[in-house]
Every structure is written in structure tokens, then in C-alpha cells.
Write a protein that binds this ligand. Structure first.
Ligand SMILES: NC(=O)c1ccc[n+]([C@@H]2O[C@H](COP(=O)([O-])OP(=O)(O)OC[C@H]3O[C@@H](n4cnc5c(N)ncnc54)[C@H](OP(=O)(O)O)[C@@H]3O)[C@@H](O)[C@H]2O)c1
Length: 359
């Protein structure tokens, strides 16, 4: 089916680097002439944009595992879209794709990092969440790094978010006790009643790490074997003393510290807790391993096979929080970083013809 291609597109550019928390004036929404695909390129109409915590790091100047966004550049991000014009032999008009299309209504691509989607297999938005990068991250971090064994206890922070919701349910499916930490009573109720966590502690209601630890100790009577680290901060401080001998800590993220930017050793305000953490790693013989999901692309196929089967037969549930329209992306991103989302945070940039929903 041919589509009329508009004369202009919109994008969200980085206008200023955040000083601490992200604010709306860090972003600028711009209208540009619609780009035309050159030889070997295709044009994508973006349908779903993914908003992810890693984008906070890309807004800083300091070097991380990937290059940041320059001022004036389009914000980076994964998105799902439809090919609407193509000079690429491998991508035809009408095909649905997921790739690094950025915060924009349209994007040109040469096919690098792009995967085709079959809307008959799963809703195409899931390629950004439960069947995409966050789900894959949960699966690799839990299985390959966490090495779970039935009967053990797992704790995960941001338990009802894109990664955490999958970690908890996979842990339960493998016979572990799963204890979540999440922000607010509604999220905690959802974690236990809908996702099947054994318990969930509200970190926002705990005044400090000591209070959080007391609740976690009660919820984990046999100690903690796997701490799936998503958040750092108070939760990490609460869990460390509860770790069992030979425990494992897959270090996936540390969202509570992202606003510190690139502060170095000794530059972070507050008391130094490193000696206590380091001592526990030694005394309890913990295995602590950081990982970045793009090093584990070889594990995508087994992840997708297992998790799509679990979704099909109702053993794994997931939620999406949807903001409407590209212009809503900055506010939705800021809200997500503060816990405004349940499950995967998405932006519906344009109509999803596979859902029959109007934007
Ligand atoms: N290593 C990798 O390759 C990789 C890949 C994907 C994601 N990650 C990391 O995994 C973590 C979760 O990512 P996601 O995409 O699933 O995001 P998400 O959990 O869907 O959304 C972020 C959540 O973080 C929680 N949060 C915010 N500030 C917090 C704080 N100060 N203390 C505790 N929790 C806080 C909020 O949940 P509450 O309301 O429950 O507090 C918020 O909903 C992030 O750290 C992310 O960077 C790493």
C-alpha cells in the first residue's frame, strides 16, 4: 500500500546538557524537511518510540560505554516503525522494523541495527519492551550472570519497570523466591498480585536504607542469593548486608545515581560506603558482574524463544505506559526517570495499523 509522505518531519533535539535532574529545557522540538532515501537507504515512519534510562547518560558530556548525543543532535533511541519508501533491496515498503531511529517522526536508515518484525507473532510495540532490549537484558542478567537455582532468593529494584517485571517473573518460573523493591503501594500491590512476586517493598516509604533493610530482611528470611541491581542508592545499601555466601550481583543499572553524571571517585557527596561494600564482596565471596546488553546479541534467539512462548501461554505478563505524540516524549522521559511508568515506557508517535488505534 502506498502512503502519502508528508513534506516535513519532526524531531526532538538535545538543546542543553542537564545539570542534575533532566528538565524540559534540555530538549528542543524541531520541524525539518522530509529527508529522501538515497541509494541503499529506506525511510521509516516511526510508530512507537522507546524511552529508556540509558538515554539519561547519553545526555551527559562524560564518556560512558557509548558515545553521547551532541547538542543540536536528535536524541538517540530505539523505535518501531513502518518502511514508507525504500531504495534498499532488503527492506520493502509496508514492512515493520525495529531499529535505532531516534526521537523523531521519520528516519532514514541503511539497515544497520534494524530487525524486521512480524505483527502476527506479537504486538509490534513489544519489540521495544518485553520482547526487545529490556526483556533481553532481564533474561541475560538473570540467567547468564545471576545463575539462578530453585529455592534461592532474588531481590530486584525497579521491580515493575521494563526490566524488573521480566526478571521477577522469570525468577518465579525458575523456582526462586522473588522479592521486588518498587516506588509506591500501587506498584508493590501490582508486583505481588499480578506479576507473582512473593513480596514487594516500597522504597519511597522507607525513610532510609536501614528501614528498607529491616523490611527486606523480613521478606527474605533465608538471605539474598541474587541481587539483580537496577537502581543503586538506598536499595543497594539495604541489600548488601543481606547477601548470602556465594551470592551473585548482576549489575544492570543504577538509576538513582544517573543524575550525578560523570562524578569521579571521591567526588560523590555523602559518607563513603565503599569499604563496607568491598568487605562484603570479599567476606561473602560474592560474584559481582556488570554487563551491557549489546555484548550479548548471541543470546537474543534463546531469550526470544522462551519469553515469547511464556507470553503466548499466559505465564508472563507485561505492562506498557504510553505517552501520546512525539511532543510528549520529553515530559514522559522525565516522568519515567522519577517512576511515572508501570512496565515499559513508550511514546505512540503515529498510528499503529496493526493495533487499529489512532494516535
Ligand atoms: N546493562 C544494560 O545493558 C541495561 C539495559 C537496559 C536497562 N538497564 C538498566 O536497568 C534499569 C531499569 O531499566 P528499565 O528500562 O527497566 O527502566 P524502568 O524500570 O522501566 O523505569 C525506571 C524506573 O526506575 C525507578 N527509579 C527511579 N529512580 C529511582 C531511585 N532513586 N531509586 C529506586 N528506583 C528508582 C522507577 O521505578 P519505581 O517507581 O519503582 O522507583 C522507574 O520507574 C535501569 O537502571 C537501566 O539503566 C541496563
Amino acid at each position: 500500500m502506498t502512503q502519502t509522505i508528508p513534506a516535513t518531519m519532526r524531531r526532538v533535539a538535545l538543546a542543553a546538557r542537564p545539570k542534575g535532574a533532566v528538565t524540559p529545557d534540555c530538549f528542543r522540538i524541531e520541524e525539518l524537511p522530509m529527508p529522501q532515501p538515497g541509494p541503499g537507504q529506506f525511510l521509516v515512519r516511526v510508530i512507537w518510540l522507546s524511552l529508556d534510562p540509558y538515554m539519561r547518560g547519553r545526555m551527559d558530556e562524560s564518556k560512558s560505554y557509548a558515545k553521547g548525543v551532541e547538542i543540536g543532535e536528535t536524541m538517540q533511541g530505539g523505535a518501531v516503525g513502518e518502511v514508507i519508501a525504500s531504495n534498499h533491496p532488503g527492506f520493502a515498503v509496508g514492512e515493520f522494523v525495529v531499529g535505532p531511529f531516534g526521537w523523531a517522526t521519520h528516519a532514514l536508515s541503511d539497515g544497520e541495527g534494524v530487525r524486521k518484525l512480524d505483527p502476527a507473532r506479537a504486538p509490534i510495540s513489544t519489540a521495544l519492551g518485553v520482547l526487545g532490549m529490556p526483556g533481553h537484558t532481564a533474561w541475560v542478567g538473570l540467567n547468564d550472570i545471576g545463575q539462578p537455582r530453585a529455592g534461592e532468593t532474588l531481590v530486584v529494584g525497579a521491580a515493575t519497570g521494563a526490566v524488573g517485571q521480566v526478571v521477577g517473573q522469570l525468577a518465579k518460573a525458575r523456582g526462586l523466591r522473588a522479592v521486588g523493591v518498587a516506588g509506591g503501594p500501587d506498584k508493590c500491590r501490582y508486583a505481588v498480585e499480578e506479576l507473582g512476586f512473593d513480596a514487594c517493598i516500597d522504597h519511597r516509604a522507607a525513610p532510609d536504607a536501614k528501614a528498607l533493610r529491616a523490611q527486606l530482611a523480613e521478606a527474605c528470611p533465608d538471605g539474598v542469593d541474587i541481587y539483580y541491581e537496577n537502581v543503586g542508592g538506598k536499595t543497594l545499601e539495604a541489600v548488601i548486608p543481606l547477601m548470602n555466601v556465594h551470592g551473585r550481583i548482576p549489575v544492570c543499572g543504577m538509576i538513582s545515581w544517573y543524575d550525578l553524571g560523570g562524578l569521579g571517585m571521591g567526588e560523590v557527596p555523602g559518607p563513603d560506603r565503599l569499604p563496607r561494600v568491598w568487605r562484603t564482596i570479599l567476606v561473602q565471596r560474592l560474584k559481582v558482574q556488570g554487563f551491557i546488553i549489546f555484548d550479548h546479541n548471541d543470546r537474543f534467539a534463546p531469550f526470544e524463544e522462551e519469553v515469547s512462548a511464556m507470553i503466548r501461554d499466559g505465564r508472563l505478563k507485561y505492562r506498557e505506559t504510553i505517552a501520546e505524540g512525539l511532543d510528549a516524549a520529553p515530559e514522559a522521559f522525565i516522568a519515567m526517570l522519577k517512576g511515572g511508568n508501570l512496565g515499559k515506557q513508550l511514546v505512540r508517535v503515529s498510528d499503529d495499523p496493526t493495533r487499529g488505534v489512532k494516535a
